[in-house]
Write a protein that binds this ligand. Structure first.
Ligand SMILES: Nc1ncnc2c1ncn2[C@@H]1O[C@H](COP(=O)(O)OP(=O)(O)OP(=O)(O)O)[C@@H](O)[C@H]1O
Ligand SMILES: [Mg+2]
Ligand SMILES: [Zn+2]
Length: 467
């Protein structure tokens, strides 16, 4: 392991000092002094730099002559995980799996590590835990029913010892749980500080790239905003995955924030149970679970698309007389500003009076979406609640609503209609222009509407739209 000389450098003005300091003596900023590595001897510096260079660099070659082999991906055998990874992990890939405390990072990783083990039995997988004892990890493995004959455990936080173990075990994949607990013995900063996290990750990255080892770094982020730790790693790793619940604890959602080897618009859905994380394959049923064919004012189903997955969602709305001088507007699971625009469009084009009403709009199931294709469902849900008129239960609503009250086209309409038909819906309200272009019979009756008014007249009982 490299012998290091370090200084504490102000991240604002660049002032450096040999000792840690709370306040920068030069620019007077607080908590900006972060330990950094400087190479002590010129020879050593050149050597280290050269060593770092050779790990990545090569002679310049013409692109047409560059070797382009198909990446050999190894599947995690967890469909929802593979979906995010673009099929599996790639040799030398460094991934950051970040999430709030207790979300299930260690659980997911242990389950994935065991499955990955079974894919390549010639070489082991190494799971390094800096947070839990051997007994804790193995009893979790027992609870999850996880076993892997070539899965090795190591409970250690000293990076030097971890690297020694890596050299001994020669894993094809290693997990570092978590990157905030590991420390570089030659830095004086404590574990979890920016300096430690950055330097330890850099060292593990070098190992990954030099030996084609897949490295998973687990990291904590706090609920409000990101902790310094994982944030500073985002640009050096190949893939950043965030694991979190959206709104409430029903569902754990894995999203890719950055990916050099796969898509970033996908999401992986899991449920936490006694036996660990279970994949949620049939997301639609999950979101419409308590529907059982009942009609009720204010609930309107639609279909959203995330990555390559289409999901049924239910928009719910509640419109009541306000008790405050200023009526309240609340949106859960979607963008409030978007909802405000839709409300304004409805006030203008449907003469719907909402100035003395509180309006609440929410997406059932706990997901957060940005898909404008649910606009029409939002508008009809608000209308339906305002007029106490339920929307027929077998209709699905799809369409973006514009400022002028027009119902605009939605991408991937056929995919959405297929999902709705599969879930037992019989009729769909879609943008008029899209309805004309449908090539195949979608498996349910499709009606096109050009604007909000015709949609409301068709769906909401009664012709007088003023309330
Ligand atoms: N015996 C159990 N039965 C069911 N669920 C459990 C059990 N033990 C733990 N859990 C679930 O596992 C979650 C913790 O998982 P895990 O330790 O993998 O999370 P983590 O993100 O690694 O947390 P940390 O930040 O502490 O490292 C708990 O919040 C709980 O939901
Ligand atoms: Mg953990
Ligand atoms: Zn300074």
């Amino acid at each position: 392991m490299a012998r290091l000389k370090t200084v504490h450098r102000c991240q604002e003005c660049g002032y450096s000092a040999p000792k840690p300091m709370g306040q920068c003596p030069d620019c007077s900023a607080w908590n900006t002094m972060i330990e950094e590595v400087v190479e002590a001897r010129p020879g050593a510096a050149a050597g280290a730099a050269a060593r770092r260079m050779t790990d990545f660099s090569s002679e310049a070659v013409a692109l047409k002559d560059a070797p382009a082999e198909a990446e050999a991906r190894t599947s995690t055998d967890i469909g929802e995980f593979d979906r995010l990874l673009g099929g599996g992990v790639v040799p030398g890939q460094v991934l950051l799996l970040a999430g709030p405390p207790g979300i299930g990072k260690s659980t997911l990783m242990l389950q994935a590590a065991a499955r990955l083990c079974a894919q390549k039995t010639q070489r082991p997988v190494l799971y390094v835990s800096g947070e839990e004892s051997l007994r804790q990890v193995s009893s979790r493995a027992q609870r999850l029913g996880v076993r892997g004959d070539s899965l090795f455990l190591l409970c250690e936080t000293d990076l030097g010892k971890i690297l020694a173990a890596v050299a001994r075990v020669k894993p094809w994949l290693m997990v570092m749980d978590s990157v905030q607990t590991v420390f570089h013995p030659e830095l004086t900063s404590s574990p979890g500080t920016v300096a430690q996290v950055r330097e330890c990750a850099a060292e593990l990255l070098r190992v990954a790239k030099a030996t084609d080892t897949v490295v998973f770094l687990l990291g904590h982020v706090t609920k409000d905003g990101m902790l310094a730790g994982p944030k500073v790693l985002e640009h050096i790793v190949d893939t950043v995955l965030y694991f979190d619940t959206e709104r409430h604890d029903l569902l754990r959602v894995l999203r890719a924030q950055k990916n050099r080897f796969g898509p970033t618009d996908e999401l992986g859905l899991f449920e936490m149970g006694e036996k660990g994380l279970k994949e949620v394959n049939d997301a639609s049923r999950f979101f419409l679970a308590d529907r059982d064919g009942k009609t009720q004012p204010g609930r309107v189903p639609s279909v959203t698309i995330e990555g390559s997955r289409s999901m049924l969602v239910e928009v719910q709305s509640l419109v009541v007389h306000t008790k405050y001088p200023l009526p309240r507007r609340m949106a859960t699971g979607m963008d409030l500003n978007r909802v405000l625009v839709l409300l304004a469009a409805m006030e203008k084009h449907l003469r719907l009076r909402l100035e003395d009403r509180d309006v609440f709009v929410s997406l059932a199931g706990g997901l957060r979406i940005k898909d404008p294709a649910v606009d029409l469902a939002v508008c009809l849900a608000v209308m339906s609640s305002a007029r106490e008129a339920p929307v027929p239960a077998d209709w699905i609503m799809l369409g973006e609503v514009g400022l002028l009250g027009e119902v605009g086209r939605v991408p991937h309409l056929e995919l959405r209609l297929k999902e709705a038909a599969k879930a037992g819906f019989h009729r769909a309200l879609v943008p008029a222009r899209c309805a004309k272009e449908l090539s195949r019979k979608p498996g349910l009756e499709v009606t096109g509407v050009a604007d909000l008014r015709s949609a409301a007249e068709l769906i909401i009982k009664g012709s007088d739209l003023d309330i």
